[in-house]
Each structure stands twice: as structure tokens, then as C-alpha cells.
Ligand binder design. Structure first.
Ligand code: NAD
Length: 370
């Protein structure tokens, strides 16, 4: 058997998520990846990262200098969100594939720039939504999409997390121009991305949002009502104000309720299947998640991306899938700011919510919503 090819990887940004999520993923896939370079504008962080990642990792304070010198196969981006579009486009232009932290960019307009750069380069840009990956999510999706649980009817998607004042003292957080939004763009996006992955295309959304506690520009809570193309109805809650933190997705199908309860990541045991009364025990037994447990993680997602790289095909979580989740966020914000329902496909060039999630509104003050 031939040995796997090792892809030459660079990381851009060496802060919390690259150190805590991407570096362990690269280590787990050491037979398929070689970390060759790291970029950070903060020399102290860069040095600390290289000290833990290994001195053979070349250090750069400029991404373009790194791309010129190293020509990596794959660039992992973990910088603040306002830099994602520009850095993703630069990596694609250098011929590298990209795996970028959520949110992939700040608006649908920015996403369409990335799509154009993909088209021009032939390389692909994928967004990290690690909760889609792993055996539990794959199993649930196959059962729901395959019709094994009956038609999806009603769903709940809940991200009720807690973030304190110190969290929002980091300058890029809580601002439209740098984070792109509040818990809708930054936190709940993981869970509603997974909801869309499970249920498919959505059709219409109505929403409310507010800033109740934090001294931020963007919301600190949002709620939405959603109709899916297949007819299912769903509620979505995105909060950073909830002392009892939980992440939950529940989908009631005609033949079973499937429920995921976790916080920042899930394993097989976090998924339950409750059969409807008319379902035989034997049929329900077959729904159990597989014995082999692949927890949701950056490691699981990186493995799927490397498989796509080896096969030369578009990776999961890129293209239309990435755009759909961003469009859902844009529609939620538009519905919340305008008070009117928003249909899928309705936000295009010329619409203020195409250019920015706030659609030109400066605040959640009540007079802004009038
Ligand atoms: N997937 C997840 O579960 C998850 C969790 C946390 C954060 N995130 C996302 O990861 C991203 C980063 O978040 P974080 O908490 O790691 O932030 P962080 O502030 O800890 O790290 C960001 C790093 O980027 C560096 N940086 C800033 N400008 C740069 C530039 N021009 N070039 C290179 N480096 C630059 C900073 O110096 C810093 O070291 C955000 O998009 C965030 O939403 C994802």
C-alpha cells in the first residue's frame, strides 16, 4: 500500500482557535499534512505558537510574503472575521485550498467575491463548521435525508450560551465591521448550519433580535421562525445571555424524534432517537449511531477536506453549502431589522442586506426598527 501524500499547510492567525483546534487537527493528521508556515501580525503570539508547533515551522508577519515564499497546498485561516474574505481570496489566488474559520466572511457580497476567486483559481475555500462532521451528525443526516425517520415536521435549534463583559472587551468582537454580527453570526451559526445540513433548503424566515445586556453594536440575542422547503417548521434561538448553557437540535419526524444535546462538540452518545408509538422496536434499533465514534471536531472536518483534496473534488462545506448558511444569517438579520418575512433567494446585489448583515442600520435601538 502506498503512503498517503503529505500536503504542505500554512496557518494564518496563531490565536486561540488555531492553537486549540487547528494545531491538534494537524497533529492528528500528521501522516497527511506537514505544517510548514505560520503567519501572525503579533510577533509574540507567532513565536509562542512556533515554540509549541515546532521550530521547523517558518514564521511570517505578512501573509503575502508567506504565500510567495512557501507556496502551500492548503491554508488554514483563524484570524478575526473581517480579514477572512481578503485572506481567503489571496490564498486562492496563490493556488492554495482554504479552510477558513467561521464566519467565512461578513456578507453575501463578500461570499460572492470568494466564489469568483475559486472560479478563477480552480482551488476551493471551505468554512469550518465542525459540528457537521463526526459520526453522529453523519448518521442523523443519512437517516433524515434518506426518509428512514419519516417526513421532518417540526424542529428546534437552540444555542443558549453565555459570554461575559471580558469576552466583549476584545476589540473585534460585537462590532458589525469586524465580527459581522452577534451570536447569530458568531455562535448560533454552528447550530443552524447543522440544522440546514440535516433538513436541507429553507424557504422563509421571520425573526427578532435585541441587544439586552452587552455594550456591543450587534445583537446579544436573536430568535427566528423558519419554514423549510419540505414543509417542516423550526424555531432558532441564538443567545450569549443564558446562564445554563446548552446547544440543542431536536427534529420531530413522522416516525421518530431525533435529538442532539451538547455544548461545544458532540459524540454518538449525545444523539438520541425516540420512535413514534407505531414504530417497531426492531426498526428503531437500527437507528442507533455506529459503534465507531468520531466526535465532531476540527480533526474530523480536516480529514474530510484532505479526502476531497486527494480526490480533486469540491470539499464539503464549500460553495453552495457555505453560501446557504451565510444567506440564512443575512435573511435572519433582514427579517429582524425590517419586521417582514424574508424568502430564500430574495437578498441579491442592490439589497442593503447583501452588502452587510446590518443592512445599513447602525444599532438595535427601537427607533431603528420602526
Ligand atoms: N470553530 C470554532 O469553534 C471557533 C471557536 C472560536 C473562534 N472561532 C473563530 O476563529 C476566528 C479567530 O478567533 P480566535 O478566538 O482564535 O481569535 P484570537 O484573537 O485568539 O486569534 C486571532 C489571531 O489572528 C491574528 N491576526 C490579526 N490580524 C492578522 C493578520 N492580518 N494576519 C495574520 N494574523 C492576524 C491575531 O494577532 C491573533 O493571534 C474567528 O473567526 C472566530 O469566530 C471559531
Amino acid at each position: 500500500m502506498s503512503l498517503p501524500v503529505r500536503r504542505r499547510v500554512a496557518v494564518v492567525g496563531t490565536g486561540a482557535i488555531v492553537s486549540g483546534g487547528h494545531l491538534p487537527a494537524l497533529r492528528a493528521h500528521a501522516d497527511r499534512t506537514e505544517l510548514v508556515a505560520a503567519v501572525d501580525v503579533d510577533q509574540v503570539r507567532l513565536d509562542a505558537f512556533r515554540a509549541s508547533a515546532g521550530e521547523r515551522v517558518a514564521g511570517f508577519t505578512s501573509m503575502s510574503a508567506m504565500l510567495d515564499a512557501v507556496r502551500p497546498d492548503l491554508v488554514l485561516i483563524g484570524t478575526p472575521p473581517s480579514l477572512h474574505r481578503e485572506q481567503t481570496v489571496a490564498a486562492l489566488a496563490a493556488g492554495a485550498w482554504v479552510l477558513c474559520e467561521k464566519p467565512l466572511c461578513l456578507s453575501l457580497a463578500e461570499y460572492d467575491d470568494i466564489a469568483a476567486a475559486e472560479e478563477a483559481s480552480g482551488a476551493y475555500a471551505s468554512v469550518i463548521f465542525q459540528h457537521r462532521y463526526g459520526s453522529g451528525a453523519a448518521r442523523a443526516r443519512a437517516l433524515i435525508r434518506g426518509g428512514e425517520l419519516g417526513a421532518p415536521l417540526v424542529a428546534h435549534c437552540q444555542t443558549t450560551w453565555h459570554r461575559d463583559t471580558a469576552y466583549y472587551s476584545v476589540p473585534w468582537r460585537g462590532r458589525w465591521a469586524t465580527e459581522g454580527g452577534g451570536p447569530t453570526m458568531g455562535h448560533g451559526i454552528h447550530q443552524f448550519d447543522l440544522l440546514l445540513h440535516l433538513l436541507g433548503e429553507w424557504e422563509e424566515i421571520r425573526a427578532m433580535a435585541a441587544r439586552l445586556v452587552h455594550d456591543t453594536e450587534s445583537e446579544d440575542v436573536s430568535t427566528a421562525l423558519v419554514r423549510f422547503r419540505g414543509g417542516a417548521l423550526a424555531t432558532v434561538v441564538n443567545s450569549v445571555l443564558s446562564p445554563d448553557e446548552v446547544s440543542r437540535i431536536r427534529v420531530d419526524c413522522a416516525d421518530a424524534t431525533v435529538e442532539l444535546t451538547h455544548l461545544y462538540g458532540h459524540s454518538n452518545d449525545d444523539w438520541t432517537y425516540t420512535p413514534a408509538r407505531h414504530v417497531s422496536a426492531e426498526r428503531a434499533k437500527a437507528w442507533r449511531t455506529p459503534v465507531a465514534d468520531v466526535p465532531s471536531s476540527h480533526t474530523a472536518q480536516l480529514g474530510v477536506l484532505l479526502d476531497a483534496y486527494d480526490a480533486g473534488v469540491r470539499p464539503p462545506g464549500s460553495g453552495a453549502e457555505a453560501r446557504s448558511t451565510l444567506e440564512f444569517a443575512a435573511a435572519l438579520y433582514k427579517a429582524a431589522f425590517t419586521g417582514a418575512p424574508v424568502r430564500a433567494g430574495a437578498i441579491g446585489p442592490g439589497d442593503p442586506f447583501y452588502a452587510a448583515m446590518h443592512g445599513g442600520h447602525s444599532d438595535w435601538a427601537p427607533e431603528e426598527r420602526a
